[in-house]
Ligand binder design. Sequence first.
Ligand code: 6U4
Ligand code: NA
Ligand code: NA
Length: 155
Amino acid sequence: PQTNKLLTLVIINDGARVLLGRKKRGFGEGYYNGFGGKVEAGETVWQAAERELLEEACITAEDMKEAGVLVFTFDDNPQPWEVHVFSATKYRGEPTETDEMAPVWFNHAEVPFDKMWADDVHWYPAFLQHKYFRGVFGFRETTKLTWHVLEEGEE
Ligand code: 6U4
Ligand code: NA
Ligand code: NA
């Protein structure tokens, strides 16, 4: 049976701004995203979210909570990705540039969707309003979004 590949995504949202990272190399270079990555063997989704936030932004979230779940299906990859999205308003440490990512704050009205994954523009509105969301997105040739379904819950 096909199981989804599990990934995490953490976005610091202080109420007016979000902290994103500009990817400095490799796949998606120059694009902005939250901090996260693959869940490794032996760790929980939650542990992976904390680990990747520390590795990529050098901070530890103090009030992390589950914000939503995204499933990505691809015509060129049989294994769907299941991305667990977390939000936090408070953190310890100072956001610091790493080899992989450069941290940048964006006001809610200035999130750079033209330099982000194609799905992001669809679920950030729910995310920014603290509504739990579940989305399923169909990609063609890895990056071209062809369809999606989004459900939003309560604040
Ligand atoms: P390694 O192999 O360790 O360098 P790792 O950091 O584990 O990689 P990576 O960087 O491939 O994983 O993780 C991808 C990150 O991008 C995760 O945080 C999930 C996120 N992501 C993937 N597709 C996305 C999409 N369509 N929209 C989005 N975030 C996405 O907003
Ligand atoms: Na990553
Ligand atoms: Na990783």
